[in-house]
Write a protein that binds this ligand. Structure first.
Ligand SMILES: [Mn+2]
Length: 377
């Protein structure tokens, strides 16, 4: 029956895709149309700027470098600038193009001198403000704007074309489809970048859920280019400096369980931070990586644990930043209550509370009073 309908509409309409009133097919078509529009916008633009969320993780950083690589391959003549607010992750520093990054500094930013781009592309950034103040100003000054992301779609959009696939584990996973649309054959350099993003955002394949087949298929394609997947994995996930190991040793003493053992938190309190060696204090990215590793690969896997939480002072030092991981518990509901957001299995929020233990208590209290531990994702 469906086949008949498709055939009939196909013969009567050139663009039969529009006629199919079948939501899954429509979603696939929408996605594919947007990929085509993005490839078009890129080919039309002469000056393009690429950006990612501030303090980029490996997925954000690799996405920007990957799109640059793709544009260089497909349209060698184009002028492409990259803007980043914060440091690129260590594992990406060996890529040649890292040298081309223009580092944004909000304090030294002159709004009068913003370059006008034909096209701005924001990668791995759920919201405009994540581009940082100066990044957002440059983005908004471009004639056309694109967002490519795998975080859930927020209520408000911020770009002319928004390509969002929240079933993708990383933004780099989505970029494989863009490469195909742009007729680019993925070779080693590009594959390394795309694979790095997937490894990083999946915490080394440890937080995959129902869409893992898609992720592994994407990885298989990248692995076929001959990249050394083990080496990239070690670079992205396992690499730890000696000072960071010392931090690891110390922070393990700040792990707290609730009485029933179902919620566990690791707390980087202000007092604890004060007494750290300067070298460790200065490496915020390294510390957050260690916290993530302990929070996800160790604490979340302890028998009986349903929610793992990591808490640290906010950047502006007025509150606590809380990142939640759920073991079958929809932690985004918790984060949303505190004006944060994220995925059911991983979410984050900021709480105005000077003491980290008190902020953690607030979150635990909410989880317990809402009886969220008995709900499943
Ligand atoms: Mn990402």
């Amino acid at each position: 029956m469906l086949q008949n309908v498709l055939n009939t509409t196909y013969f009567h309409n050139k663009n039969h895709a529009r006629i199919i009133n079948f939501s899954a097919a429509k979603a696939v078509n929408d996605f594919d149309n947007k990929l085509g529009q993005i490839a078009d916008e890129i080919s039309k633009a002469n000056n393009i700027c690429l950006m990612a969320h501030k303090d980029p993780d490996c997925d954000a950083g690799a996405s920007v470098l990957a799109v640059l690589d793709m544009i260089k391959k497909r349209h060698p003549g184009k002028q492409v600038d990259i803007y980043i607010n914060g440091n690129m992750p260590k594992s990406l520093k060996k890529f040649e193009d890292v040298k081309k990054i223009i580092h944004l500094n909000n304090d030294k930013f002159d709004k009068e001198k913003i370059k006008e781009y034909d096209l701005a592309i924001a990668l791995d950034s759920q919201r405009l403000d994540l581009l940082s103040e100066s990044g957002a100003a440059i983005f908004n000054n471009a004639a056309r704007t694109i967002k490519i992301d795998h975080h859930p779609k927020p209520n408000k959009g911020f770009a002319n074309i928004e390509l969002i696939d929240s079933t993708a584990k990383s933004t780099t996973q989505i970029l494989i489809k863009l490469a195909d649309k742009m007729n680019i054959s993925i070779e080693k350099n590009l594959a390394k970048l795309l694979f790095s993003g997937i490894v990083s955002d999946s915490s080394g394949f440890s937080n995959l859920s129902t869409n893992s087949a898609k992720t592994f298929e994407a990885c298989a394609r990248l692995a076929k280019t001959g990249i050394n997947t083990g080496e990239i994995y070690a670079d992205v996930i396992n690499h730890m400096t000696r000072p960071m190991f010392e931090y690891y040793r110390k922070i393990l003493n700040n792990v707290h369980f609730t009485k029933d053992g179902r919620i566990v938190s690791i707390q980087e309190s202000r007092d604890f931070l004060k007494n750290l060696p300067q070298k460790i204090k200065d490496d915020a990215v390294g510390r957050s990586k260690v916290l993530m590793e302990i929070g996800t690969t160790i604490l979340l896997n302890i028998e009986g644990v349903k929610v793992s939480m990591r808490a640290m002072p906010t950047k502006d030092d007025i509150g606590a930043k809380i990142i939640l991981r759920g073991n079958g518990i929809p932690v985004n509901r918790v984060a949303q209550y505190f004006n944060g957001g994220g995925h059911p299995i991983m979410a984050g929020c900021e709480i105005e509370n000077k003491t980290i233990p008190n902020a953690v208590k607030k979150v635990i209290n909410y989880i317990q009073t809402q009886k969220l531990l008995d709900k499943q994702v």
